[in-house]
Design a protein around this ligand. Structure first.
Ligand SMILES: NC(=O)c1ccc[n+]([C@@H]2O[C@H](COP(=O)([O-])OP(=O)(O)OC[C@H]3O[C@@H](n4cnc5c(N)ncnc54)[C@H](OP(=O)(O)O)[C@@H]3O)[C@@H](O)[C@H]2O)c1
Length: 333
C-alpha cells in the first residue's frame, strides 16, 4: 500500500523507463550494500533517485529507472532535492571507516538526521528506511557503533508522524564487499588469521538478502516505528570453526583451511599504529582499537524472526550458498 493509503505505489512495469517522478530516494548507492539495493530495486521496477558524491574519474553507471543526483549528506539543499516527491526514502549511506569520532558522526548521525528531517518536511511525507547496524546495539564499543546508534535516535526524532523503520544487519558479505574480502581471500588460500581467545558467535547476512529485505519492506508497507535485526536464518549463527569448514568446502574444493592464531596484543598494537598513521596521513583506517573491540565482542548473534513475521521476508542464502555465489566465480578467473 502506498503512503497516505493510496493504491500500490509500485510502478506499472509498462511505464518503466519513462521520465516520471522518482518514487524512491536512495543514499549510498555507490557503495557495497547500496549497489545491491539499487540493482534489486530497479529490477523490481522502482524508479530511483540516487545520491552520489561526484569524484574525479568516477561516473555513476547509467541504469534504466535511475536518476543520479550529485550531493553529499552535508548538503541540506541536495537532500531536499533528493527526497522531493518521493514515496519512500532508503538511507543506506554510512561511514564504516574513520580515524576520529567526527568522521563517523558527521555521516552516520548528522547526515542521517539531515535526510530524515528533509523527508519529514514533505507533504505527503515519504516513509523512511534506515540501514543501521547491529553495532548500534552496543554503542559503547566504538565510535562507529555510537554514531550508528545516535543516527537511529535522530531518525526517530525527526517527526512524530514519520513512518520510519530501522534495519540492523550483522556483518554483511557478498560481491563488492571490502571489509570481509581480505579474510575470504585468505580462506581461499587455505589459512585463516584469527584472533586467539575470541570464541564468540555471530550472525551473518548475504548482501542480496539484505536488499530483498528492503524490497519486502517497501512492498509490505508495514513495520513502522520498529527496529529490526536481520540475519541469514541460521539458528545460533556461526562460530569460526563452522566458517572455516564451510570455506574449505566452497572455496577450496574440500581442502582444509588452517587457523593461524593472531595474538590479541599484537593486533592491538597494529590497530593503535594504524590509527596513529591514519590521523597523520589522513586516510580512513579499517583496523582501529574500536574495530578491534567490535571484532572481539562475544555476542553478535541476532535473528530476523520479528522482521520475517512482520513482512513475510525470508533470506535465501546461508554462508555456503552466499560464498559460492560471491567468490567462486572470482577463483575460476
Ligand atoms: N558492510 C557491512 O558489513 C555492514 C554491516 C552493517 C551495517 N552496515 C551499514 O550499511 C551501510 C552501507 O555500508 P557499506 O558496507 O555498503 O559501505 P560502503 O561500501 O563504504 O558504502 C558507503 C556509501 O555511503 C556513501 N557515503 C559515505 N559518506 C557519504 C556522505 N557524506 N554523503 C553521501 N554519501 C556518503 C558512500 O559514497 P562514496 O561512494 O562517495 O564514498 C557509499 O555510497 C552503512 O550505513 C553501514 O553502517 C554495513
Amino acid at each position: 500500500m502506498a503512503p497516505g493509503g493510496a493504491a500500490d505505489s509500485r510502478p506499472d512495469p509498462g511505464i518503466r523507463g519513462l521520465a516520471a517522478t522518482p518514487e524512491l530516494a536512495l543514499t549510498g548507492a555507490t557503495g557495497f550494500i547500496g549497489a545491491a539495493l539499487l540493482a534489486q530495486l530497479t529490477a523490481a521496477g522502482w524508479r530511483v533517485r540516487a545520491l552520489h558524491r561526484p569524484r574525479s574519474g568516477r561516473t555513476p553507471p547509467r541504469l534504466p529507472g535511475v536518476e543520479w543526483l550529485p550531493g553529499d549528506l552535508d548538503d541540506p539543499a541536495a537532500l531536499n532535492a533528493l527526497v522531493a516527491g518521493t514515496a519512500a526514502v532508503i538511507h543506506c549511506a554510512g561511514a564504516v571507516r574513520g580515524a576520529r569520532p567526527a568522521d563517523f558522526d558527521r555521516v552516520n548521525t548528522d547526515g542521517a538526521g539531515r535526510i530524515a528531517r528533509a523527508a519529514a518536511g514533505l507533504r505527503p511525507m515519504p516513509r523512511f528506511l534506515l540501514i543501521s547496524s547491529l553495532a548500534a546495539r552496543v554503542p559503547e564499543l566504538s565510535h562507529y557503533a555510537a554514531s550508528k546508534w545516535r543516527g537511529e535516535c535522530v531518525v526517530k526524532a525527526a517527526s512524530p508522524t514519520m513512518r520510519w523503520t530501522i534495519l540492523r544487519p550483522p556483518a554483511v558479505f557478498g560481491p563488492g564487499d571490502r571489509e570481509l574480502l581480505p579474510l575470504f581471500r585468505c580462506l581461499a588460500r587455505g589459512f585463516a588469521p584469527l584472533l586467539t581467545g575470541t570464541p564468540g558467535r555471530f550472525s551473518l547476512i548475504y548482501v542480496d538478502d539484505l536488499a530483498t529485505a528492503a524490497l519486502r519492506w517497501l512492498e509490505a508497507d508495514t513495520g513502522y516505528g520498529q527496529t529490526f535485526e536481520l540475519d541469514d536464518g541460521r539458528p545460533g549463527g556461526y562460530d569460526w570453526e563452522t566458517v572455516l569448514s564451510v570455506a574449505g568446502r566452497v572455496l577450496r574444493e574440500g581442502r582444509r583451511v588452517r587457523r593461524v592464531p593472531v595474538p590479541l596484543p599484537l593486533l592491538g598494537l597494529a590497530a593503535r599504529a594504524n590509527l596513529a598513521a591514519a590521523r597523520l596521513l589522513g586516510y580512513a583506517p579499517m583496523l582501529t582499537p574500536g574495530k578491534l573491540r567490535e571484532i572481539t565482542h562475544p555476542d553478535w548473534l541476532c535473528d530476523s524472526h520479528a522482521f520475517a513475521h512482520a513482512t513475510g521476508w525470508r533470506p535465501a542464502f546461508g554462508l555456503e550458498a552466499g560464498l559460492a555465489r560471491a567468490y567462486r566465480p572470482q577463483r575460476a578467473r
